[in-house]
Design a binder for this molecule. Structure first.
Ligand code: DQA
Length: 142
């Protein structure tokens, strides 16, 4: 079973970006973790990152057309991108919204997710472990 793990802006800078908030593991380390967990669960996981809203929207269109489940960390787009939300709304397979940090405990502009209402579920606050939990959720659908 194929799964796409899509990451939004600034997540390519994991490891050097605000390590007190996002940890010291690099983006390459995140890719490795997702591939390793995917293998354990019998999932064919492909991990991507972009800083570009339009590219992320197009990847979601492709996932919608192909009926592929998605793990999405929309990063800052979470809080204001209606284009991203509308793209997510077109998915037919499950969508898990993930966050490394827990946005609810941070600045008030992070308390709103425009994506949450069209996600199957959300996992936040467990560091990179949020991705592992999301992949486990997709491997064991309810
Ligand atoms: C984030 C939380 C967002 O508020 C922030 O803009 C990010 C990362 C997270 O994974 O904790 O870029 O999505």
């Amino acid at each position: 079973k194929r799964v796409l793990v899509l990451n939004g802006p600034n997540l390519g800078r994991l490891g050097s970006r605000e390590p007190d908030v996002y940890g010291s593991t690099s983006y390459a380390g995140l890719v490795e973790l997702c591939e390793r967990v995917g293998k354990e669960l019998g999932l064919d996981v492909e991990v991507r990152q972009t800083d570009d809203e339009s590219e992320l929207v197009h990847w979601l269109h492709d996932a919608a057309d192909a009926g592929i489940p998605v793990v999405l960390n929309p990063a800052a787009f979470t809080h204001y991108s209606y284009a991203l939300r509308d793209a997510c709304a077109q998915l037919s397979a499950p969508l898990v919204e993930v966050h490394i940090s827990n946005p609810a405990t941070r600045e008030s502009f992070r308390h709103t997710s425009v994506v949450a209402g069209v996600a199957t579920g959300t996992i936040a606050g467990f560091g990179l472990g949020s991705y592992e939990l999301a992949l486990r959720a997709l491997a064991n659908p309810q």
